[in-house]
Design a protein around this ligand. Structure first.
Ligand code: SAH
Length: 234
């Protein structure tokens, strides 16, 4: 069985979107992974198919109703479905490569995309949704966050990228950012490729790359060097 993603959303037209192109798109048409959407609106109430209501206690915006959303989630993932259920949410645990890798190793994922002010808290509890954030900023909806997460997962699925992922050196695969890359021409606008890369000495090249990765990480993301092992590549 290939990796099975189900997305619960008010905007199913946004999928597969960019994931229908390039490597992810080709993998999708080969059935290396599957993507299905469940339209929350189909479970909306009344003639207007209402899905949201005003926040209890007052305040701006609208909140996705627990009853409507739960029906959509249950249609995507009936009880007993082994896939983790995620809710894209700025309040969630920040997404790291280690979680991406775990998800890619599993049967698939059910992703709920919030809109408006968010979703009724009770549906998060009742359906055991794991809140996941893609960063400390606020998007207008969970769809782009879901596409981001799926892109990160799909590229790790067997056969999707062939040999293109170099597991040892890629950013975040250890606790380091990746070293710089160069390609031809050797000289460009007066800038040269570091001569060591043309030396043919693979041992020294590996050492140089590792040193560069450490230097960049210390300069740009010293927090990665202190990150607990659980958040690193597992
Ligand atoms: N009022 C909420 C923000 C709602 S934004 C708050 O302050 O926390 C609307 C929806 O966009 C959210 O329900 C969520 O699904 C999605 N979203 C916004 N920012 C996100 C982020 N950083 N990561 C993941 N999802 C996000």
């Amino acid at each position: 069985m290939s990796f099975h993603a189900s997305v619960v959303t008010l905007y199913p037209e946004m999928f597969p979107g960019p994931l229908g192109m390039s490597l992810a798109g080709r993998a999708l048409s080969r059935d290396d992974w599957r993507l299905e959407t469940v339209h929350i609106r189909e479970f909306g109430l009344g003639r207007h198919r209402m899905v949201d209501d005003t926040p209890s206690g007052g305040g701006a915006g609208m909140v996705l109703r627990a009853d409507v959303l739960a029906q959509a989630i249950d249609a995507a993932a009936p009880a007993g479905d082994p896939r983790p259920r995620l809710l894209m949410s700025p309040r969630g645990r920040p997404l790291h490569q280690s979680r991406v890798r775990e998800l890619a190793a599993g049967p698939g994922v059910v992703i709920v995309c919030g809109r408006f002010e968010g979703v009724d808290e009770r549906v998060i509890e009742a359906r055991g949704l794991e809140e996941v954030s893609i960063g400390d900023y606020v998007l207008s909806g969970g769809e782009i966050a879901a596409l981001t997460l799926l892109d990160a997962v799909v590229r790790l699925l067997p056969g999707v990228m062939g040999n293109e992922i170099s597991g040892e050196t890629e950013s975040f695969e250890g606790n380091l950012l990746e070293h710089p890359h160069y390609t031809r021409p050797v000289s460009w606008e007066g800038r040269e490729i570091p001569p060591i890369l043309a030396s043919g000495d693979h041992g020294r090249i590996a050492k140089w790359r590792h040193a560069e990765a450490e230097r960049l990480t210390r300069e740009r993301r010293p927090d990665l060097l202190e990150r607990p092992a659980a958040e690193r590549e597992g």
